[in-house]
Ligand binder design. Structure first.
Ligand SMILES: C=C(O[C@@H]1C=C(C(=O)O)C=C[C@H]1O)C(=O)O
Length: 362
């Protein structure tokens, strides 16, 4: 795809064309600080050792409202062809993780799985993003070309509608809104409310969430003169799931840019685990590479302001547009129930599958 879309409920950043691309976040940060680029957009991979897909765009449009696509392209008939790993294997993997977590050397590890989809004709990343923006108006919808990350990614794109904001910076104000702790929503209003209320009082989910706020405190604390992190999270929801969310706000001591903040915060325990390096190693050893799923998508300008959202509820689309890989995961702790965790990934996958008209795979 040509261009980049990040549509948030109250503004959007759209770009076309590429002046320069960066497979390394340090080079992009340098281009901003030396003044040779005025804006960087793109994606950071899940694994911080991987190549980035960052760009200095040729043309930029910023709007004061969510993006509304002016083209209407139909999405092709699409169906699931493969699950990586199979649901049974994911279940076994989570069971093993729970045993390991009970041994106590790790606090939390996020475990994810992928559904491979085949389309009858090419999926247009922009059309899919437009559909996702319409279906999920409260989410942050994105579409980003991954070509800059190297030969494995040429022509691939990442499209999704995420409820999670990694970090935003406006002047010296930094905000984050991590999510961790989830419960499936139901169609029946009273049962749905009960599901939300019990999430809010679930010791297991509150512990899962606290790993994330503790990490953000550790990273942002030294960079901020003031930092406000609520002592208990609030409830938020997508169509499919309830989540625990923490609105965090800080005042930066020094002019750290939004891109630098994103690099420092990523990967949070919402997508990786605790302790970070040990959890990352478990994910490297047990999963297929996540590529850009679980990474971050966003923009940063030469003043240092920007937004980076967490790349979840998304799919990578192949260069020919006929294959898509949708991924979803969930935080595993010592008292996680493996079947509930598998069901949670199935529920989270629905954000992407519904947009492509694919029904549940299990
Ligand atoms: C990993 C995903 O979601 C993350 C994990 C969550 C959890 O474990 O409860 C909640 C929101 C996200 O931070 C995903 O959607 O794929």
């Amino acid at each position: 795809m040509d261009g980049f879309v990040l549509s948030r409920p109250d503004h959007s950043v759209l770009t076309r064309g590429v002046r320069r691309s960066f497979d390394d976040a340090g080079a992009a940060t340098h281009a901003l600080s030396e003044g040779s680029a005025t804006l960087i957009v793109g994606a950071l991979p899940f694994d911080p050792s991987g190549a980035t897909a960052l760009y200095e765009p040729a043309e930029v449009t910023v709007t004061g409202s969510a993006w509304r696509s002016d083209t209407s392209v139909d999405l092709p008939h699409t169906h699931a062809v493969r699950e990586i790993p199979s649901p049974a294997d994911h279940l076994r993997r989570v069971e093993k993780l729970v045993t390991r977590l009970r041994d106590g050397d790790l606090g939390k590890v996020v475990s994810a799985r992928t559904v491979e989809l085949r389309a009858e004709s090419p999926i247009s990343p922009t059309a899919l993003a437009a559909r996702m923006a319409t279906l999920n108006p409260a989410a942050n919808t994105f579409a980003v070309d991954l070509s800059a990350a190297g030969t494995d990614f040429v022509g691939h794109s990442l499209v999704g509608a995420t409820p999670e904001v990694l970090v935003s910076r406006r002047g010296n104000v930094v905000t984050c809104r991590p999510l961790a702790g989830s419960a499936r929503r139901t169609a029946e209003t009273e049962a749905d409310r009960v599901a939300g209320d019990s999430l809010l009082s679930s010791t297991k989910n509150l512990a899962e969430h606290a790993f994330v706020t503790d990490w953000i405190r550790d990273v942002l604390g030294p960079l901020c003169s003031e930092l406000s992190i609520p002592s208990t999270p609030e409830l938020t929801s997508t169509h499919e799931v309830w989540h625990l969310a923490s609105p965090i706000r800080g005042i930066l001591r020094d002019p750290t840019t939004a891109l630098e903040l994103a690099i420092a915060l990523h990967p949070t325990p919402a997508l990786c685990g605790t302790p970070t390096t040990a959890a990352l190693n478990v994910i490297r050893d047990t999963e297929e590479p996540r590529r850009f799923y679980g990474g971050a998508v966003g923009w940063c300008n030469n003043v240092g302001d920007g937004d980076w959202v967490v790349a979840i509820r998304c799919a990578e689309i192949s260069a020919d547009g006929r294959t898509a890989w949708a991924s979803a995961g969930g935080g595993i702790v010592a008292d996680s129930d493996p079947q509930d965790e598998l069901d949670e990934t199935t529920t989270k996958l629905r954000t992407l599958l519904t947009a492509l008209g694919v029904s549940d795979t299990n």
